[in-house]
Design a binder for this molecule. Structure first.
Ligand code: GLN
Length: 274
């Protein structure tokens, strides 16, 4: 049987895939770009490629995230490697990166630390835009650190990686900025059983408790790892902004504030050490 771009896309759509996802999967197996697929739907596709496409289509229809199937995801206009060892970078987290960049002057050397780096999306983006930045990143997962190191390599962004449980391995290092997208989903939250989250590392999503366990630790330890005037910025759940601000105020931070994501949800909170 002869396969064309159009016939394969239409098959995948019958399996319930949106056409963007179908085109991403076809691009991955055939190296026919999405632009080319659109311009030339009657292009013939080999039987081997068609078979590989159908395997991915079925896996996608069974719920596997597109990002894991193709092995990459775009974040802050950078193509990043992802694997089931890391959380798939989300658009909301770009807000966190933007807020950090606003606090890192372009022409001055600064030291920044990313806690729970996962794919390395945050430090790679920061270092890409701040070539003078001394960027440190930790994660508790060696598998995640390997992915993050490859992303740093891919984008030529030197980053110092270490395996650490939050601050434990950081001795008395101090930074101008501490940033984190920690696991903040509460245990038993229904979202954990929906969509991509079912396939992502549980330890990157949830703290197995009330959702604030890691945020409390991150805020509590920040003062001893920030230089005077340094900023702590972290992402949190849709209903955690008020508690986060309270924790920051209690820990002696100033200019405590929460910022809304594109959906209008308070998604990032932070403050500055006096
Ligand atoms: N924002 C992600 C979600 O709700 C969770 C990421 C995280 O726990 N840091 O899908």
């Amino acid at each position: 049987m002869k396969h064309t771009v159009a016939s394969l896309i239409s098959q995948a759509r019958q399996c319930g895939l949106p056409s963007l996802e179908a085109r991403l999967l076809l691009e991955h197996v055939s190296a026919i770009s999405r632009t080319r697929q659109a311009a030339w739907p009657e292009a013939e596709v080999s039987a081997t490629t068609a078979e590989r496409f159908q395997v991915l289509t079925n896996r996608r229809a069974a719920g596997e995230p597109v990002a894991y199937l193709v092995g990459t995801r775009e974040f802050f206009s950078l193509e990043l490697e992802v694997s089931p060892a890391v959380l798939i970078p989300r658009p909301e987290t770009e807000l966190l990166v933007e807020l950090a960049l606003e606090r890192l002057p372009l022409d001055q050397p600064r030291r920044a630390l990313d806690l729970g780096t996962g794919s390395g999306a945050i430090p790679v983006s920061l270092r890409k835009h701040r070539p003078q930045l001394a960027m440190y990143a930790i994660d508790i997962s060696n598998d995640a650190l390997e992915v993050a190191a490859r992303n740093a390599e891919r984008h030529s962004t030197p980053i110092l990686f270490a395996r650490s449980n939050w601050y434990t391995e950081l001795a008395d290092e101090r930074f101008d900025l501490i940033i984190s997208n920690p696991p903040y989903i509460a245990a038993g939250d229904a979202h954990l059983n929906e969509g991509d989250l079912r396939f992502e590392p549980a330890g990157a999503l949830s703290d197995g408790a009330d959702g604030m366990l890691h945020i409390r630790q991150i805020v509590a330890g920040a003062a001893t790892h920030l230089r005077p005037g340094g900023w702590l910025l972290f992402e949190h759940g849709y209903d955690q902004a008020e508690t986060s601000r309270h924790l920051l105020n209690q820990a002696g931070f100033q200019a405590v504030c929460s910022w809304r994501d594109l959906a209008g949800i308070e998604r990032v909170s932070g403050g500055r050490l006096p």
